[in-house]
Ligand binder design. Sequence first.
Ligand SMILES: C[S@@+](CC[C@H](N)C(=O)[O-])C[C@H]1O[C@@H](n2cnc3c(N)ncnc32)[C@H](O)[C@@H]1O
Length: 208
Amino acid sequence: MIPQEIERYCEAHSSPELSFLASLNRETHLTQVYPRMISGHMQGTLLRFICRMIKPDRVLEIGTFTGYSAINLALGSESMVHTIEVNPELENIIRRYLKEAGIENRVTLHFGEAMKIIPTLNECWDLVFIDADKPNYLNYYKMVFPMVRKGGWILADNALWDGKVLSRKTADKETLGIIEYNDYVQMDERVENLLLPFRDGLMLARKI
Ligand SMILES: C[S@@+](CC[C@H](N)C(=O)[O-])C[C@H]1O[C@@H](n2cnc3c(N)ncnc32)[C@H](O)[C@@H]1O
């Protein structure tokens, strides 16, 4: 993991967090039981920049939480973003900040189990961001894969899971989910992939 002072240096040499994203970040920390789940400034910006670079038309996010990453995915592109969240209690905060970001018409929220919702979305995805329950990561990958266009991207957050991916023997089911995911993607000849040691690890896979 990157030393904290290096992280602080990087943050000090990156554009500041947009004001409404800073508010969302603050409100998430004040109101949510597990605020650490939020992408946060640096990863949010990376997602926004990735979208600026690849210019996707159709984006799917699995795991909305308070909407921080969904907003960045939408701000970085002119695409339609679909995002899936199992917890309906988050709807109010998500919708308020989508409105503040001025992108409420480009983000479609789906509430429910991602495994049930994904097959109902009849889209060809340019970018999929997996960031929900870890034991299902591989199920999500296998389910979305046929719906991703050639040249499209599947990104998965928490690919290092606090470094726990290194010890399979002591792994709990979340860690095993990530290990299984990383191993599968690494062996999958239908993609080229890069495990980026950024924040908690971001696995990038491009369908070839
Ligand atoms: C790590 S958080 C997502 C963080 C968000 N992408 C961000 O960057 O701010 C994971 C979210 O996935 C949701 N989730 C967990 N299991 C899910 C499931 N089976 N279907 C849909 N969402 C799920 C959780 O409720 C939680 O809000």
